[in-house]
Design a protein around this ligand. Structure first.
Ligand SMILES: Cc1cc2nc3c(=O)[nH]c(=O)nc-3n(C[C@H](O)[C@H](O)[C@H](O)COP(=O)(O)O)c2cc1C
Length: 214
């Protein structure tokens, strides 16, 4: 099947993109409003894109009535946010945070997620998240009235002791249980792993020689 993306409706593009590009990591983003309300909301149009600067990107859609979501509003107002990664233990609480609560309601409170102070930014981090990244807003790129990309720089990371080897800074795969978003209400655990060793070009040349008959 060939699909002309310019000819189909945005909701069909959405269906195809989120159905095929899986799993997507989930950022449970905490922000604080200028009035001091702690906000949390999940975003799976999210990833990291570089380490220098350490850059995260969030794809934020406006609400159907055209207003900014609380996360977008708070980031624009305060310039700060925290990306909390979602593991199996907090997946249900994350889902509750996606309810479109009004700005004066605090999702962490409603979903039973405790907030701990961050080190460098005002919005707190989620105590139960395995890893939290404190971010400063770099730039927001508006593509259409309804869609923007928020770029942030990670300035501090806090990882729970069990998910990281503090000597080598290696992530402990046996303890880190992230959840990925698929489509609709479907999610995936990340437990089925396999290894592929990447070769350098000289190694690849060598491997070709080995395969040649003597
Ligand atoms: C797993 C998951 C991923 C989501 N990803 C996005 C996303 O990438 N972009 C977006 O605009 N909304 C996304 N949403 C919807 C927002 O979480 C939802 O609109 C939320 O109410 C926004 O809250 P806020 O107004 O407090 O920022 C997602 C929801 C779920 C459950």
């Amino acid at each position: 099947m060939e699909i002309d993306f310019e000819a189909i409706e945005p909701q069909n593009r959405y269906k195809l993109l989120v159905g095929f590009v899986i799993p997507r990591p989930i950022a449970l983003v905490t922000t604080r409003s200028p009035a001091g309300v702690d906000n949390a909301a999940p975003f799976s149009f999210f990833n990291v894109f570089s380490e220098d600067p350490a850059m995260v990107v969030l794809g934020l859609q406006r609400r159907p009535d055209g207003t900014l979501k609380d996360t977008a509003r708070n980031i624009l107002d305060t310039g700060e946010f925290v990306v909390n990664m979602v593991d199996e233990a907090i997946a249900e609480a994350m889902n509750l945070c996606s309810v479109d609560f009004p700005p004066e309601k605090s999702e962490p409170k409603i979903s039973g997620l405790a907030i701990e102070p961050s080190r460098l930014v005002k919005p707190g981090r989620l105590a139960d998240s395995p890893v939290s990244m404190e971010c400063r807003h770099i730039q927001t790129i508006e593509f259409k009235p309804t869609r923007s990309l928020v770029l942030g720089e990670v300035v501090w990371m806090r990882a729970r002791d069990d998910v990281i080897d503090s000597g080598t800074l290696r992530v402990r795969d046996d303890a880190y249980r992230p959840v990925g978003r698929l489509y609709a209400h479907q999610y995936a655990r990340q437990r089925d792993r396999f290894e592929l060793v990447r070769q350098t070009y000289p190694e690849w040349l060598e491997s070709q020689r080995e395969e040649e008959p003597a």
